[in-house]
Ligand binder design. Structure first.
Ligand SMILES: C[S@@+](CC[C@H](N)C(=O)[O-])C[C@H]1O[C@@H](n2cnc3c(N)ncnc32)[C@H](O)[C@@H]1O
Length: 360
């Protein structure tokens, strides 16, 4: 007996909303044009708005109307648009602004168009489309896209910091290495909260160029040294804490283990490694980590891991997972050295990081 489909028009409507990419693209264009910033003082006629953001008035009207239908922006009177609560976080001055979170990046978009390749093969669509290039290698020759990517990755940091910082016990820590720090907004947030803390921020040389400005704006530049380098090379030794925030999920097991082994080789026996990431759980609950897992598949070649997978990875690198603290955004995983480092304990206990951090 063939099973006939269930007729449920609400499901048809809901699926249509979820599956279209018109709305996400239109939101991203509004971010690019900084439309919300122009509406801070109140609604504006579309011709004024279009002049200010450099758009065609009729085209802008069409885009804004499409979004107003979904609760983002409102057409208060014909051709006059204003902000709604859903549009507020698109303002640049919002404390949890997501305006830079959604850049329109052609190399990403071409990759998403080949997501089928990833699902068929398990390989990254990014590599498939870009001649085998790895995601982060691409940025070495594309500085504009590099800055836009880093800003998008870091734009959620004020929100993540608010939820994660209380779960991250740094009261006794004096030195921290942020491994794969981006421009340093996360570590800047930690340094602001912990006045005794000194840090070294480490990311690729073409990435860290923006870091001094970020640290200066946060008023913490005197407690943070900026280092350009790779986390596949030896890391600064002897820190109290090694932080890896949204790093491990970018990499397959082999590279993820290599990064953690480098941390282990640099760590003192009493150092801690702190991983801030989503931890995957089986089941049907809504979970950003599971959505980001598809991004890791399509672009980076990594994945969101479960607790047993994290435990195994850390174990392989010479760490013992001590605790996981879930928060309303990401989880905080804390690990401690379990055995002598795989290639010997290079760290001598000499607080090299402390000295470097204080003289920066
Ligand atoms: C998802 S971002 C996270 C940035 C930062 N930890 C945060 O959460 O705001 C991943 C970072 O890893 C960095 N990265 C990639 N490959 C790297 C390498 N070989 N050495 C150091 N950093 C690297 C990227 O440049 C990028 O800043």
């Amino acid at each position: 007996m063939p099973v006939t489909p269930r007729i449920d028009l609400a499901s048809v409507t809901r699926l249509t909303e979820l599956a279209d990419y018109i709305v996400p693209f239109t939101i991203r264009v509004m971010c690019d044009l900084a439309v919300a910033d122009q509406l801070i003082e109140g609604p504006l006629p579309v011709d004024v708005l279009a002049r200010r953001v450099g758009a065609d008035p009729a085209a802008l009207t069409r885009g804004l109307r499409a979004l107003a239908g979904r609760g983002i922006f409102t057409e208060v009177t014909p051709e006059v648009f204003g902000l709604t609560p859903l549009a507020e976080p698109l303002r640049s001055d919002h404390p949890f602004s997501v305006r830079e979170c959604f850049p329109l990046m052609p190399p990403d978009i071409y990759s998403w168009a080949r997501l089928t390749h990833s699902l068929r093969t398990g390989e990254t669509a990014f590599g498939h489309v870009h001649g085998g290039t790895r995601y982060y290698d691409h940025f070495a020759d594309h500085p504009y896209e590099c800055v836009r990517f880093e800003r998008s990755a870091e734009s959620v940091n004020p929100f993540v910091l608010r939820t994660v910082a209380p779960a991250l016990d740094l009261r006794t820590a004096r030195t921290l290495v942020d491994v794969g720090s981006g421009h340093g907004t996360f570590v800047a947030g930690l340094l602001t909260r912990h006045r005794e803390l000194h840090a070294i921020l480490l990311d690729l040389p073409h990435v860290v160029t923006e870091a001094p400005d970020v640290l200066a704006r946060a008023g913490v530049a005197d407690r943070c040294e900026v280092r350009g380098g790779s986390f596949f090379d030896p890391l600064p030794e002897g820190a109290d804490v090694y932080l890896l925030k949204t790093i491990i999920h970018d990499w397959p097991d082999e590279q993820a283990t290599a990064i953690l082994r480098n941390v282990r080789a640099a760590a003192r026996p009493d150092s801690r490694v702190v991983i801030v990431e989503s931890v995957s759980r089986y089941g049907n609950h809504d979970d950003t980590g599971k959505v980001m897992d598809v991004k890791a598949l399509a672009l980076f070649g990594g994945r969101t891991r479960t607790e047993p997978e994290f435990r195994a990875l850390l174990d392989d690198a010479g760490f013992r997972l001590a605790r996981i603290t879930p928060t309303s955004s990401m989880s905080v995983l804390e690990a401690v050295p379990a055995v002598p480092a795989p290639d010997g304990d290079r760290a001598t206990g000499r607080p090299a990081v402390a000295a470097a951090g204080r003289t920066a």
